[in-house]
Design a binder for this molecule. Structure first.
Ligand code: ZN
Length: 499
């Protein structure tokens, strides 16, 4: 059932609206068809009493890697390059179990729906190789639980040590040989997986499930593969996920490997366009910012992850001044360590004050909400818009308890959404006109049973983490050397504060 009449909510229709307006919201076939006071009952359309609720557009988590969903709390603080030894171990082998892939996707999606997050852009990686069964398990899980999801296949195709500066010189020859022999995808293999993803899943679930393309990062792919992905993105009008200049080391890598910044590199390849989601964009210089502004690309800001991994602070105001649209993400359950976009919203709304003494430059609450809803909508590239409660928009709605701590007393709904809300006020979540959570109960899956199944995996997961600690510890000294060499390089500016 994708018809619903929401009765008596106080509505915040978009980030541009200042005040709440009491109205009924009529949804037909998953689309908002009327927002007004006193909408008359519709034959056959169920109604939801939302008196005492604030209705807002469902949140859009614009960057996530669901394969990390079962790893929350496993790691202390590490910089990205060391962190990835645990997250995507370079010498891993063996196929992924589709049952576990399904469970881990569901547990993350369940958490998001309970937080009022109705859409996700999932940049899913596969350790070590992609497979149709894993693609089916991820996309199928989002379909099953009723979430709107855009899925990309984040799979590097180059040898591990080629993704980094200095590493080929630092590593012992025997380790390099192991890395060369480790299972690895090819461009041809990945393009076959994309053909399958598009054919099997793009547009499924009444259009909720969609495909994206992903190169992971430019240095993890070849120029030919990057161009092939860009062609796919343009042909099917898909988002193109690309991690760019997340760390200082990646800035140094650009100098060492390409003789230019990674932003200039992808621009010169002709792939930096409005399809691209540039993930992080922290170690961009002023020229890169201007290039991004001209490109039409959207930047994904993941502030909690960036702090957790010590990556630095994205130049929010410079990017906005250059006209770059920004969306917000949690990135990963092992680098956030939750799916709670509300935490990323608060971090984005506060951390940029550390970078500029001129408070006129600090982001305002309305700007941050615009990143979530407008930036999220832009990067999803759906034919029917999301992120706004408007006639003709997809009916993706979070209903929040007006009497919750976050809104008591209520002064300014937008500021209190950014600074006070933790997600605990969310009472009902609607995706595509379906009540996927009602009175905090997920309606399409048995959450208690899901959690039981995930808990039953704990011994296996803990053994896996222990094994990872061993394999990562063997490589860590080399990676630490590399990270420290890059940190010592003068790149002409810094994105770390307090240095
Ligand atoms: Zn990421």
């Amino acid at each position: 059932m994708r018809d619903l009449l929401i009765r008596g909510a106080e509505v915040l229709a978009s980030a541009a609206h200042e005040a709440l307006v009491r109205a009924d919201i009529l949804i037909r076939d998953g689309v908002i068809t009327e927002i007004a006071a006193g909408v008359s009952d519709q034959p056959g359309v169920p109604s939801l009493d939302a008196a005492g609720c604030v209705a807002i557009p469902g949140l859009i988590n614009a960057h996530l890697h669901s394969p990390g969903n079962l790893m929350r709390g496993t790691l202390d603080g590490y910089p990205l390059e060391v962190f990835m030894l645990y997250e995507v171990p370079p010498l891993a082998d063996g196929p992924e179990d589709p049952r576990i892939v399904r469970l881990r996707t569901l547990i993350g999606a369940a958490e998001m729906l309970k937080l009022g997050i109705t859409s996700v852009l999932d940049d899913a990686f596969f350790v070590p190789l992609a497979s149709r069964s894993a693609i089916d398990a991820i996309a199928g899980a989002y379909d099953e639980i009723g979430m709107r999801a855009t899925l990309g296949l984040d799979q590097p195709i180059v040898v591990e040590y080629e993704k980094y500066p200095f590493l080929a010189d630092i590593l012992p020859e025997a380790v390099k040989r192991d890395m060369e022999r480790a299972p690895r995808e090819t461009a041809e293999g990945m393009l076959e997986h994309y053909a399958y993803l598009l054919e099997r899943w793009h547009g499924r679930g009444e259009g909720r499930i969609a495909a994206a393309v992903s190169c992971s990062a430019p240095q993890r792919a070849t120029p030919d593969y990057l161009e092939a992905l860009s062609t796919l993105a343009r042909r099917h009008d898909l988002p193109f996920f690309c991690h760019v200049l997340e760390t200082k080391l990646q800035r140094v890598l650009g100098e060492e490997k390409y003789g230019q910044s990674l932003v200039q590199y992808i621009d010169a390849l002709g792939i930096l366009d409005e399809h691209m989601q540039v993930i992080h964009a922290i170690w961009v210089d002023e020229r890169d910012v201007q290039t991004l502004g001209r490109s039409g690309a959207t930047v994904a800001h993941n502030p909690v992850c960036n702090m957790r991994l010590g990556s630095g602070i994205m130049p929010f105001r410079s990017l906005r001044n250059a006209g770059v649209p920004i969306c917000l993400g949690t990135d990963e359950a092992v680098s956030d360590d939750s799916h709670n976009l509300w935490g990323a919203i608060k971090a984005a709304g506060t951390m940029h004050a550390l970078t500029d003494p001129d408070y006129a430059e600090w982001p305002r609450a309305s700007e941050i909400l615009a990143c979530v809803w407008e930036g999220g909508n832009r990067v999803m590239r759906r034919s029917r818009r999301v992120g706004r409660l408007d006639i003709g928009a997809s009916a993706d709605i979070a209903l929040l308890d007006r009497s919750a701590d976050a809104f008591t007393p209520l002064h300014d709904i937008r500021r209190q959404l950014v600074l006070c809300e933790s997600g605990s006020s969310v009472r009902h979540t609607i995706v595509d006109g379906r009540l996927v959570m009602q009175d905090r109960q997920l309606t399409l899956i048995d959450e208690a049973e899901l959690k039981r199944e995930v808990r039953s995996l704990e011994p296996m997961l803990q053994a896996g983490v222990a094994a990872l600690r061993g394999s990562a510890a063997a490589l860590e000294p080399y990676y630490r050397d590399m990270v420290q060499r890059a940190a010592a390089r003068d790149v002409g500016f810094t994105r770390w504060v307090g240095r």
